[in-house]
Design a protein around this ligand. Structure first.
Ligand code: ITT
Length: 196
């Protein structure tokens, strides 16, 4: 390995999330090499995804020699579900899935939804944790559309591209506007601003 290139680990069991972040890394000139570490993390039930991310991060302490990060994301249907599934996103995806969500909001003409992403980084050079956030607002589609992406992507219509679900975008298109893409850009800004 080139001495100028440093390693950074993304601890996730979700290959889709890893592929999206990896794509972002590859398109920017960053002085880091990204590696996936599928270590089992502890995902607690908490009130905010930031708490979930911090707990996940702390559960890895001592297992990796170097800098590493986790990412926690949630899908919040503000209208008509007051933010549900939010911190319950994984459980809802596993149980009722997109079909179940559409059934839940079936009678509503109007919906408002957002994806939120928090990257929680343990940064070895400073022996400190850092957080980077990204959000995107949109609506819930009336039908399941598209074969790209993962999770709730086939039912999310971003406000800035309201005719396409996230699952109808390429990874590159999704990354340009997504919650994860924004959190990642904040992360890169931190590395650059601090000359890391
Ligand atoms: P980790 O191993 O990184 O924890 P995870 O699959 O548990 O991966 P999250 O807790 O971050 O991921 O995600 C919660 C749920 O939200 C999960 O069901 C995902 O499928 C879904 N989700 C996360 N990011 C998404 C995105 O960009 N588009 C669609 N659904 C997403």
């Amino acid at each position: 390995m080139n001495e100028d290139q440093k390693l950074i680990y993304f601890v996730t069991g979700n290959i889709h999330k890893f592929n999206e972040i990896s794509d972002l890394f590859n398109k920017e000139n960053v002085d880091y090499i990204l590696k996936q570490k599928p270590i089992e993390t502890i995902e607690i039930q908490a009130e905010s995804i930031k708490e979930v991310a911090l707990f996940k991060l702390d559960s890895i302490r001592g297992q990796i020699d170097g800098s590493y990060f986790v990412e926690d994301a949630g899908f919040f249907i503000d209208t008509p579900l007051n933010g549900f599934p939010g911190v319950y996103s994984s459980y809802i995806m596993k149980t009722i899935g997109n079909k179940g969500i559409l059934r839940l909001i079936n009678d509503f003409e109007y919906s408002k939804a957002q994806f939120v992403s928090i990257i929680a980084l343990y940064f070895k050079p400073l022996d400190k944790n850092f957080f980077f956030e990204g959000k995107i607002h949109g609506k819930v589609s009336k039908t399941i559309r598209g074969s790209g992406g993962f999770g709730f992507d086939p039912i999310f219509l971003p406000n800035i591209m309201p005719n396409k679900t996230f699952a109808e975008l390429t990874t590159e298109e999704k990354n340009k506007i997504s919650h994860r893409g924004q959190a990642w850009r904040n992360f890169i800004k931190f590395l650059r601003e601090n000359n890391y």
